[in-house]
Design a protein. Sequence first.
Length: 70
Amino acid sequence: MEMLIQCVEEMPSSLFDAAWQRIEPFLLARPEIHASTISYWACLEEIGPEAEFEVSRNMRRIWRMISDQM
């Protein structure tokens, strides 16, 4: 999963949304096995845009959705 996320991270912005829509269901299907990955890419402890990844906003949204299940 980490490799797929890294690929999306490095994609041109014109392809980002389509690629994200393909991997998001996998993250949501098994959040218990992806929790540490989601947390890392969400940059939950970081402040400021320079400390974030391109996928961080999407990962924070997923984290909010699954955090009650953890």
